[in-house]
Design a protein around this ligand. Structure first.
Ligand SMILES: *Cc1c(COP(=O)(O)O)cnc(C)c1O
Length: 378
């Protein structure tokens, strides 16, 4: 069993070793780690809703779901949430999943099959990549955001395939930039393809749906995956699309069928959280603009990448910030190509806190070398 220890040693030497850091408080802008209070700039709880709770949801539904949806784990509150999510995303219907990872895995491997083609952005989330692997369909990974590549490829090759899928994150999780959804939407029309959008970091941040940014309404050849565990503040995921899509997934999608249903109290809490989204989203929007102006980092989402030269520098900067009371993870290969800090801002932060973080990052360059310790790494 030495192979594990050897691999771990290798990771440590390369500054790629990862470990879990335990938080002693609920998720939020202030967290306690190892007895120290830190200002959190690393969570996907973009609206600060994760710590919200309504005891009525637990009282009404209990904590468990007791079965998969198709057996006896489908509750009225699941359906109520599905209808609400479809309404918000402007699709006919939706279907809940236990996690976004399982939603992507399931949707892609269920819809795509022999004779099909998947065009996938090179920076798509790991769950999309794994969904494509599971489908065993021919895939073409296109350069980041290059709709030109997608168009050219389909123009030349559309004939060779049965169904074609264009799959993209809308807001990219590590870069915070936005896919050219208007172009991709047109291309999917022109070449009779299906557009699959992962709205994990868009829902409740750039609007209810990323398509709103382009004033586009989804049609029956648009599939939108969203998660409940980010801005909506709970846990789980959903797929929005046509009524037929929902029925098809209920009958065919293994990651929906063979797993325990999302606990109904979570569906109930999500419905409560949704009510609070508009006001907080507005506040977040103002902070995003402010932080963009302050840092010059071009992002229209709550994710701000601060690229640094090396793995080592990313970890040192993260450690330095930790010492100064800021919780900002270093993200390194293989998660990303270029090491960086991934700064996420939330509706809970204040203007002063954003300024404080940026000032501390700038001071890092000037400081005398201190030995690194603590910090958070991913
Ligand atoms: C977080 C994330 C997922 C996975 O969602 P979970 O509910 O956390 O499993 C999928 N896609 C993207 C782009 C994500 O950021």
């Amino acid at each position: 069993m030495d192979f594990m220890k050897e691999e771990i040693e290798r990771l440590k030497e390369k500054n790629l070793y990862r470990e879990l850091r335990e938080i002693e408080t609920p998720q939020g802008k202030r967290v306690i780690v190892g007895g120290r209070e830190l200002l959190n700039f690393s969570s996907n709880d973009y609206l600060g809703l994760a710590k919200e709770f309504d005891c009525e949801c637990l009282k009404r539904w209990g904590a468990g779901s007791g079965a998969s949806r198709l057996v006896c784990g489908s509750f009225t509150v699941h359906r109520e949430l599905e209808r609400r999510l479809a309404e918000l995303k402007k699709t006919e219907d939706s279907l809940l999943f236990s996690t976004g990872y399982m939603a992507n895995l399931g949707v892609i491997s269920t819809l795509a099959g022999k004779g099909d083609l998947i065009l996938s952005d090179e920076l798509n989330h790991a769950s999309i990549i794994d969904g494509i692997r599971l489908s065993r369909v021919e895939k073409v990974v296109y350069p980041h955001r290059s709709w030109e590549f997608v168009e050219e490829y389909l123009r030349k090759n559309r004939e060779k395939y049965r169904r074609c899928f264009i799959i993209t994150d809308s807001v990219f999780s590590m870069d915070g930039d936005i896919a050219p959804l208007d172009r991709l939407f047109e291309i999917k029309e022109k070449y009779d393809a299906i557009l699959v959008i992962d709205d994990a970091h868009a829902t409740g941040v750039v609007g209810w749906s990323s398509l709103e940014l382009f004033k586009i309404e989804p049609d029956e050849k648009t599939v939108i995956v969203g998660t409940l565990g980010k801005a909506l503040g709970t846990f789980g995921a959903f797929v929005c699309g046509s009524r037929a899509l929902r029925e098809y997934l209920i009958n065919r999608c293994r990651s929906f069928i063979f797993t325990t249903a999302l606990p109904p109290f979570i569906a109930c809490q999500t419905l409560k959280n949704i009510e609070k989204v508009p006001e907080r989203m507005e506040k977040l929007c103002r902070l995003i603009e402010l932080f963009r102006d302050l840092t010059g980092i071009e992002s229209r989402s709550a994710v701000f990448p601060y690229i640094v030269g090396s793995e080592r520098e990313a970890v040192e900067l993260s450690n330095y910030l930790f010492e100064k009371g800021f919780f900002v993870p270093a993200i390194r290969p293989p998660t990303v190509k270029e090491s960086r800090l991934r700064i996420t801002i939330t509706a809970e932060h204040s203007e002063e806190e954003l300024k404080g973080l940026w000032k501390t990052i700038k001071n890092f360059k000037k400081r005398a070398g201190e030995p690194p310790r603590g910090g958070c790494q991913s």
